[in-house]
Design a protein around this ligand. Structure first.
Ligand code: FES
Length: 116
């Protein structure tokens, strides 16, 4: 891997995470907290358009772990930066709580085939 950073924070500012759900404010708050908490330059943030997880948004994904935070509000950002990006501890309360895909469970139900 030759990326010039070690951690990548992807913030969805797509149509369903933005607007009333305020993902632009989430992004701004990440920028502020990076400065406030002296996050090293090896951590990069990037706006993204959509992860396909719209009903759970605003969504933030942290790589390389691939941790998905959902329902993130501006007031949650300081905790994500302090705990995860600086401290290396996942913020369990904000983790995406999505039903596992059929391929993950090995089971297929009619709900999997015909979601709402
Ligand atoms: S608009 Fe954010 S996941 Fe689709």
């Amino acid at each position: 891997m030759n990326l010039p950073f070690t951690t990548h924070v992807l913030i969805c500012t797509g149509p369903r995470c933005g607007g009333e759900r305020q993902s632009q404010r989430v992004r701004q708050e990440f920028r502020r907290e990076f400065v406030r908490q002296a996050v090293p330059a090896s951590v990069k943030d990037t706006e993204c358009i959509c992860f396909g997880l719209c009903t759970h948004g605003p969504n933030v994904i942290v790589y390389p772990q691939g941790v998905v935070y959902s329902g993130v509000r501006p007031k949650d950002v300081a905790e994500i930066v302090r705990e995860h990006l600086v401290g290396g501890r996942i913020v369990e309360r904000l983790l995406l709580k999505k039903k596992p895909a059929p391929a993950e469970t090995g089971e297929v139900t009619t709900d999997d085939l015909f979601p709402d």
